[in-house]
Write a protein that binds this ligand. Structure first.
Ligand code: CA
Length: 205
């Protein structure tokens, strides 16, 4: 391996490490989160205030998470409504599962994504979504793809992981706005470079 290849490889390795630790640049953090109910002090604020997040990983402290109030007879349905502050062209949700060893079965299992621009009238986007259960440790977000132009996003929650107990929880939620294809940026860069060449030629003429 020659010197240039080694430098290129080092550069690629560093890029890979950085990609692991950072969230996408176009990540949107909601400005508010409202839950249909919350247990004790673990409110939906814990889903949007970066509590428990270190880079792109969420730890296992229960007080950094949200769970719905326990209701009997057992009812695992709940709603979370996120206000993004303005309308975005959305491409996916980043969802950190409930991650406390109190009971990983409290994790959200099945839900629908609904969107709105007035915060009143919501429409369902796509099919039923299913998250995987956490097994503890520092966890990464699960990426839930959907396509919508919206200010408000609602998770219409149906089930947790055991359905024997009423609590349902999550650790953190963010969204990713769709961005132009990389090729668009490349074309824009070429265009600017061409303008620069023209400008320099005019100057020297
Ligand atoms: Ca949190």
């Amino acid at each position: 391996m020659n010197f240039i290849s080694k430098i290129a490889l080092a550069g690629l390795t560093m890029t890979a490490l950085q990609a692991q630790a950072a969230l996408p640049a176009n990540t949107v953090t909601p400005v508010s989160a409202v839950a249909s109910s919350s247990h004790f002090t673990v409110s939906a604020d814990n889903l949007i205030n970066n509590s428990g997040l270190n880079g792109d990983l969420h730890g296992g402290n229960w007080s950094d998470m949200w769970i719905k109030e326990g209701t009997y007879p057992v009812d695992t349905t709940a709603q979370l409504t996120f206000d993004l502050g303005q309308q975005y062209n959305l491409g996916s949700a980043l969802v950190w599962q409930y991650n406390s060893d109190i009971d990983y079965n409290r994790g959200l299992k099945d839900f629908y994504i609904q969107v709105s621009n007035d915060g009143v009238n919501f429409t369902t986007v796509g099919d039923l979504r299913t998250l995987t259960r956490s097994n503890g440790g520092d966890i990464a977000a699960q990426v839930v793809d959907f396509s919508a132009s919206a200010r408000y996003v609602r998770f219409d929650i149906l089930t947790n992981y055991d359905q024997q107990w009423p609590w349902v929880g999550l650790s953190e939620v963010k969204f990713v706005a769709a961005v132009p294809e990389p090729s668009s940026y490349a074309m824009l860069g070429l265009g600017l470079a061409a303008l620069g060449v023209v400008a320099r030629r005019r100057k020297s003429a």
